[in-house]
Design a protein. Structure first.
Length: 438
């Protein structure tokens, strides 16, 4: 899921019994139709540097679809701070768009509402078949064993971006491969008057993404095998503490980053203030802020020891954007055709180049354009060392409760309050108690 959303996504624990809000193209009867075959409403997530930048990318492609199909697509680019709440309102009211983007980590939660079109074999057949898509991307489309609730559109992974000049000035010849090396390098960088590592301490989703990876590296999960919350187990506590300790104990994340929630860490990196950044597919964002691709290197996110891989060597969550259809659409056939168009080989090349993301469609991913410095690392990570966040119905509440707990721990660290095993465990226990009863 794209990290540019702000911490306001934290409202995901709101009840699904939301007040109705007329937002677009869906009917309120629960069944799809083709009553409006010439129009579609599309909610796109904010992938670029701004909403206007997204419109410049998307509108020419929507015009192309209209020319091919005769269907006019009404575009709305929705900020991440609003997107999930808008979707939840639409699932309850029946008044939503025909087609929408969703963060892939939300797939199972939104699947549980029953509002989205299931992508069974018949529906996949209408867009060229399930086999066109990369397996890792399909792993974040809904609960395992059920028909997916969405189709992959953009794939992303985390990488470590590092400023080459700052590293050279500090006498560092290569990026850190382990957390111990990162901390040691951070001290050398700080001795030269630069900040070491940027983070978004107040962004609940960023917090979840990183603590999920740390948990994997500690051999832990936040849910039991049968999908029950287990937030305060020893491995999870150790994972959260290690991440927050990058500020609290190791001092390589600046204390001011505890308040960052809207990509300020990316801007700091682009401006040369910070030497390292852990981010999803940052190249387009950095370029939009004037940073040359020659100025930075891209490496895998560190692990505890050794090299990234599976199991305890996971170094990224499977990030990405999925495309979903409200099953009560007034243009169900047109919506399916639009998904086919957006996930077609040619469009996948165009859109993923624009956003410096990775095509989840195999034929497009093999294009040489996706073999550059940054994308090669991201592709390898997705293929070999990334894991999907828990595909459980309570995932969105997990993001909110645990992500907020980590945000509060960063605030403690920034204020000089001690971050101990006991304080981390207490925060995680409180987060688990806030989860809705199932």
């Amino acid at each position: 899921m794209r990290s540019i959303r702000a911490a306001a996504v934290g409202a995901v624990t709101m009840s699904l019994a939301l007040a109705a809000s007329a937002c677009g193209g869906g009917s309120s009867t629960g069944g799809g139709s083709n009553d409006s075959p010439k129009t579609l409403t599309y909610w796109a997530s904010n992938q670029g540097a701004s909403i206007e930048a997204d419109k410049k990318v998307l509108q020419p492609e929507l015009d192309k679809f209209q020319k091919q199909s005769g269907i006019k697509v009404k575009l709305e680019v929705v900020p991440w701070s609003d997107l999930l709440n808008r979707i939840l309102t639409a699932t309850t009211s029946g008044q939503g768009p025909d087609v929408l983007n969703i963060g892939n980590t939300w797939s199972a939660s939104l699947q549980a509402t029953g509002a989205l079109l299931p992508w069974d074999a018949e529906n996949f057949g209408k867009i060229g078949g399930r086999s066109r898509f990369v397996d890792s991307a399909l792993g974040s489309t809904g609960v395992q064993g059920q028909d997916p609730a969405a189709v992959p559109l953009y794939s992303m992974a985390y990488a470590l971006y590092y400023n080459k000049k700052i590293f050279a000035d500090a006498g560092i010849s290569q990026p850190p491969a382990t957390w111990a090396e990162l901390v040691a390098d951070g001290k050398k960088i700080q001795a030269k008057g630069k900040q070491a590592l940027g983070a978004e301490g107040a962004n609940v989703s960023e917090n979840i993404h990183h603590t999920f990876v740390f948990a994997k590296q500690h051999g832990a999960d936040f849910f039991t095998a049968d999908g029950k919350p287990d937030f305060a187990n020893d491995g999870a506590v150790a994972a959260v503490k290690q991440y927050v300790d990058l500020m609290a104990k190791d001092k390589v994340i600046p204390q001011g980053n505890a308040e960052y929630a809207q990509n300020q860490s990316v801007s700091d990196f682009a401006k040369g203030k910070t030497a390292m950044l852990m981010w999803q597919t940052a190249s387009a964002n950095l370029a939009s802020q004037g940073m040359s691709e020659d100025a930075y290197g891209v490496a895998p996110v560190p692990v505890q020891s050794g090299a990234p891989g599976t199991g305890n060597q996971v170094d990224s969550m499977v990030a990405g954007i999925n495309m979903a259809v409200f099953k009560n659409s007034h243009n169900i056939d047109g919506a399916t055709s639009f998904v086919k168009f957006m996930t077609g080989d040619d469009e996948q090349r165009i859109l993923n180049k624009a956003y410096s993301t990775i095509p989840p469609v195999q034929a497009a991913q093999s294009d040489p354009a996706f073999n550059g410095q940054a994308t090669a690392v991201l592709k390898h990570t997705l293929a070999t060392s990334a894991a999907a966040l828990p595909q459980v119905a309570a995932e969105s509440e997990f993001e909110t409760t645990v992500g907020t707990a980590v945000k509060e721990l960063f605030a403690d660290a920034a204020a000089g309050r001690p971050v101990t095993d006991a304080s981390v465990k207490a925060k995680l226990q409180k987060a688990q108690q806030q989860m809705p009863a199932k």
